[in-house]
Design a protein around this ligand. Structure first.
Ligand code: C2E
Ligand code: MG
Ligand code: MG
Ligand code: MG
Length: 292
């Protein structure tokens, strides 16, 4: 009857709460272990220029490479790390590793474009953000113009005035900014106009069905047109099929990131990828694969 049903429901609720709490604790322990034992590994996924099929940049994407649990994807630990603040240490580590790797590729004459690093809202809100970034650039010797930071709408929408200020400071350092996951957040077009960003990344959710749904195609078409009117470059995320690729070409999308070209890969493998793409490049050659 009603009472026992209610009792069961309570028990179920409390069990799942417990399980959730235990899971969170486990993940937090893994993150701390990862930071202590240097288990975080940065993978790199090329950004491809559609008109040439060549690499123009890449995104740094973190994984927790655990000796027993294997490679743990960011969606399993980033949300919790954002809550408990550990994202600040993870983010700093990723930035260091990504800047170091990119400087190595520059020195080897393999790459002179931008590496894009995701910046969480917690990092963005740090009062000494610029100094922290400047010291990592100094440490790794990577020029600021070879760095791009990806932020989401959620990061900038709560306090747009302060956000614009921070973004301008980063711009002054020479760092490019990209608005990530565009379309999934709050998308206030009036703010978008005022944000000093350089490119817009259209979320995979909008790209998934552009080859099947006329509505999705029209939406992406409008986003690209709007972005171009605002002098922003556009990156389509999560492109997997040639039918999507052809549509994006027709819509004049400049850059894509997706499994159709490459999955994110560890530094060593990415170095190989860069070597295969530019066998003719020597240390003395000037590379013009930056954004134009
Ligand atoms: P994101 O920044 O939007 O990164 C793009 C995600 O799409 C990556 O997932 C990438 O592997 C995935 N992706 C790219 N092309 C395809 C495709 O064709 N098909 C499919 N199915 N997926 C594709 P990943 O690496 O699992 O990262 C997930 C999210 O975790 C990122 O989304 C970002 O929000 C967060 N993240 C990753 N690394 C960092 C980091 O260092 N710092 C912070 N704050 N967040 C990070
Ligand atoms: Mg990103
Ligand atoms: Mg994204
Ligand atoms: Mg995403």
């Amino acid at each position: 009857h009603a009472k026992s049903a209610g009792g069961n429901r309570y028990q179920f609720y409390s069990e799942s709460l417990n399980r959730n709490a235990i899971r969170r604790l486990e993940v937090e322990t893994l993150i701390r272990e990862g930071l202590r034992n240097d288990l975080f590994e940065v993978y790199y996924q090329p950004k491809i220029k559609l008109s040439t099929g060549k690499i123009i940049g890449m995104e740094a994407l973190v994984r927790l490479n655990h000796p027993e649990h294997g490679v743990i994807p960011p969606n399993d630990f980033i949300p919790l790390a954002e809550e408990n603040g550990l994202i600040i240490d993870i983010g700093e580590l990723v930035l260091k590793k990504a800047c170091f790797a990119t400087q190595q590729w520059r020195i080897q004459g393999l790459f002179n474009g931008r590496v894009a690093v995701n910046l969480s809202s917690k990092q963005f809100a740090l009062p000494d953000l610029q100094q922290r970034i400047a010291s990592i650039l100094h440490l790794t010797q990577l020029p600021a113009i070879n760095l791009e930071l990806e932020i989401t709408e959620g990061t900038v929408i709560h306090d747009p005035e302060t956000a614009i200020n921070v973004m301008q400071q980063l711009n002054k350092m020479g760092i490019n900014l990209a608005l990530d996951d565009f379309g999934t957040g709050y998308s206030s077009l009036s703010y978008l106009k005022r944000f000093p960003i350089h490119s817009l990344k259209i979320d995979k959710a909008f790209i998934d069905d552009i080859d099947k749904s006329d509505k999705d195609l029209k939406m992406v078409d409008s986003i690209i047109t709007m972005a171009h009117n605002m002098e922003l470059t556009v990156v389509a995320e999560g492109v997997e099929h040639s039918s999507q690729l052809n549509i994006l070409k027709a819509l004049k999308c400049e850059y894509i990131q997706g499994y159709i070209y490459d999955k994110p890969m560890p530094m060593k493998q990415y170095t190989q990828r860069l070597k295969e793409e530019s066998p003719h490049i020597t240390q003395n050659n000037v590379i013009n694969n930056t954004y134009t």
